[in-house]
Design a binder for this molecule. Structure first.
Ligand SMILES: C[S@@+](CC[C@H](N)C(=O)[O-])C[C@H]1O[C@@H](n2cnc3c(N)ncnc32)[C@H](O)[C@@H]1O
Length: 272
């Protein structure tokens, strides 16, 4: 869509995570600069698109679980990305059409396309927000309008905490957000994973992709199991714990162990 006029605020000189991810997912909301960055990472590890698909499949399973099994009726999806197939509100509405969803992102293209998609939705909204300023997100008028903080919330931090650097304190941010939620709420996280010595070849590749991501996109951290587990703080992990995405409540052939098995993990926890 390089010949199309981008939405206001979209910078065509630098790649964006949201648009690179869209490219990996086979979407059309990306530009030459994004495709170049995406292709550079693919040279180191050709499985970027598979990681994207695994992330979306985990999102679908986690949201379905939270809506259907845990009875969650309101979702706060931070770092929600560009709309694609199987968005959170579509999954949640499959269980209860009255379920409410707030999408929050800091990417102008994700916000513009999200707003266009949701122009008529009574139950779903899009808000601009930066995860590095969690209090501002919690105070955002759209978040306050849509989310009742006296009722359990499904907080989704999917494929986004790995775009915060260690200095930006992703663990502290997760804690500040979950502290604002009532008992009975849930936190779902998916995150790039470096398996370390347990899988040295995967670990070596994770470091190589991390380097490319940081040189092109300026973000991307493949963290250890211990580092990611800590983001759940004192919430209670649901079985099967923080595991390769393929192993979290798999459906059909989604539990296949492919090359990306060890490079991205996810889990869901409950606030008692
Ligand atoms: C890889 S996409 C993940 C999309 C979706 N959550 C999923 O799991 O499919 C990461 C998204 O996080 C957004 N993002 C990155 N850093 C952010 C920040 N500091 N605040 C808000 N959104 C952020 C990006 O713009 C992008 O849309």
């Amino acid at each position: 869509m390089t010949s199309e006029k981008p939405p206001p605020g979209v910078d065509l000189t630098r790649p964006s995570i949201a648009r690179v991810y869209d490219y990996y997912l086979g979407g059309k909301d990306n530009f030459a600069v994004d495709r170049r960055a995406a292709e550079m990472a693919l040279k180191v590890t050709p499985d970027g698109p598979e990681v994207g698909r695994a992330c979306r499949a985990f999102l679908r399973r986690a949201v379905r679980y939270l809506a259907a099994e845990a009875g969650i009726r309101q979702f706060l999806d931070l770092g929600s990305g560009l709309p694609t197939q199987g968005n959170v509100h579509e999954i949640a509405h499959g269980v209860d059409p009255a379920a409410r969803v707030v999408y929050v992102d800091n990417d102008p293209m994700a916000l513009a396309h999200g707003r266009a998609l949701l122009a008529d939705a009574q139950t779903t909204t899009v808000a601009e927000g930066d995860l590095r300023q969690p209090e501002k997100i919690l105070e955002h008028p759209e978040v306050r309008r849509m989310i009742d903080f006296d009722q359990p919330v499904g907080l989704l931090l999917l494929a986004v905490l790995h775009h915060l650097s260690d200095d930006e304190d992703p663990g502290g941010i997760a804690r500040r957000l979950t502290a604002a939620l009532p008992s009975g709420s849930y936190l779902a996280i998916s995150h790039f994973h470096n398996p370390g010595d347990a899988h040295p070849e995967v670990s070596r590749r994770a470091l190589a992709v991390e380097k490319v991501f940081n040189e092109t996109l300026g973000t991307g951290r493949w963290r250890t199991h211990q580092e990611i587990s800590a983001y759940f703080g004192d919430l209670e992990m649901l079985p099967p714990g923080l595991v390769p995405l393929a192993d979290w409540h798999p459906v059909g052939d989604e539990s296949r162990q492919t090359d990306i098995y060890h490079t991205i993990v996810g889990g869901v926890a409950h606030k008692p």
